[in-house]
Design a binder for this molecule. Structure first.
Ligand code: PEP
Ligand code: MN
Length: 366
């Protein structure tokens, strides 16, 4: 797939801002004027059909909000976007000149709904931004983008808004950044926008999350902005005022992905050479470890002992956690590392122990 920018612009990053929900015409216009004065916002967002997780919450003002968005365009010159969840929403938006459509996380998750929207858009030339599905399913996200692409759309961008999870987290929707990084790796010309508001769910960590997104080379941000955030009818805890938004953007450092400075290039090349050597050593060490693991497997097979040894695993984890802490490695990394090593060890031992018709025999490593 080959994508085009969602709209032409002279400045990076893409900044999309506006309230979670359009509530009243006054609130919509006040937000839009506040954002327009900042001079760097290109696209105004406001949800008019709100997909709420549970019934009873504010479900949006509906089609009357389209007239308010048209006024935003006329009065501020900002482009406007709103969420569409079915074909009728698409037709209504086109009738009122909405510039960009967005597909929400609860819609991307459903291929029937995305196809319904894609069919309604067949032959149209309008930018569409696709949020990740609520669950961390990479293929479902790509699949949503593909359905639009097949309908002939090329101005498509992806919005990373984090993933639902059960249990405590500092985030409302855990970011799992790797999935967004993988998407950008696979589709380098697909613009990638970070919806920090729905990832964070709270204002105090918006700025650090925005900086993280730019450090990971995101192309832009989507941020919920409201004139009186605490009074917002939806997502109050994560919204900020236009002035707070302006201050946050000013403080962000956006770095280019590379530099042609010869000193930079020389230093980086040195370090990378060292890293490559270390990586090679790590793989050699792990391979030696796996060789021992297979030998143990052979012994276990002869002595008829099971592969998994919970006591030993617990002791190993504690020792590694201690060593990790002493060496500036995070507990999260140690846990992931141990899990990967342990899984590979188990599967290598299983292989040795279940070799059919053969005596316990250690396959020779490379
Ligand atoms: C929103 O942007 O207000 C929204 C409903 O987002 P999401 O689809 O990411 O939950
Ligand atoms: Mn919201």
């Amino acid at each position: 797939m080959e994508f085009q920018p969602i709209f032409p612009r002279t400045q990076q990053p893409i900044l999309i801002a506006g309230p979670c929900s359009a509530e009243t015409e006054e609130q919509v216009l006040a937000t839009a004027h506040g954002l327009q004065q900042l001079g760097n916002v290109q696209l105004f967002r406001a949800g008019i059909w709100k997909p709420r997780t549970r019934p009873g919450a504010f479900e949006g003002v509906g089609t009357q909000g389209l007239q308010w968005l048209r006024r935003v365009k006329e009065e501020t010159g900002l482009k406007v976007t709103t969420e569409v969840a079915n074909a009728q929403h698409v037709y209504d938006c086109m009738k009122y000149g909405v510039d960009v459509l967005w597909i929400g996380a609860r819609t991307t998750v459903n291929p029937f709904s995305v196809q319904d929207i894609a069919d309604a858009l067949e032959g149209a030339d309008i930018p569409v931004i696709v949020k990740n599905p609520v669950n961390p399913d990479y293929k479902l996200w790509v699949g949503g983008i593909e359905r639009l692409y097949k309908a002939g759309l090329r101005r498509i961008a992806a919005v990373h808004r984090g993933f639902s999870s059960y249990g405590d987290s500092k985030y409302r929707n855990v970011p799992r950044w790797q999935m967004a990084i993988d998407l950008k790796q696979e589709f380098p010309d697909l613009e990638l926008i970070c919806d920090i508001s729905h990832i964070c769910g709270r204002r105090d960590i918006l700025a650090e999350t925005a900086q993280k997104a730019f450090d990971l080379n995101f192309d832009g941000l989507m941020v919920e902005v409201h004139p009186t955030p605490d009074q917002a009818w939806s997502d109050a805890a994560q919204q900020i005022t236009p002035a707070q938004f302006g201050a946050m953007i000013k403080n962000l450092v956006i770095r280019p992905t590379t530099s042609s400075d010869p000193d930079y290039l020389a230093q980086i090349e040195n370090y990378r050479g060292e890293l490559d050597d270390l990586d090679e050593e790590i793989i050699t060490l792990i391979s030696r470890r796996m060789h021992l693991v297979r030998e143990i497997g052979a012994v276990k097979k002869v002595k008829n002992v099971s592969v998994l040894q919970p006591e030993r695993f617990r002791a190993l984890r504690e020792a590694l956690e201690r060593r990790g802490a002493k060496n500036e490695l995070s507990p999260e990394f140690i846990a992931l590392f141990l899990e990967a090593i342990h899984q590979e060890s188990i599967s290598q031992q299983e292989h040795v122990m279940n070799l059919q018709g053969k005596k316990a025999e250690v396959p020779v490593g490379e």
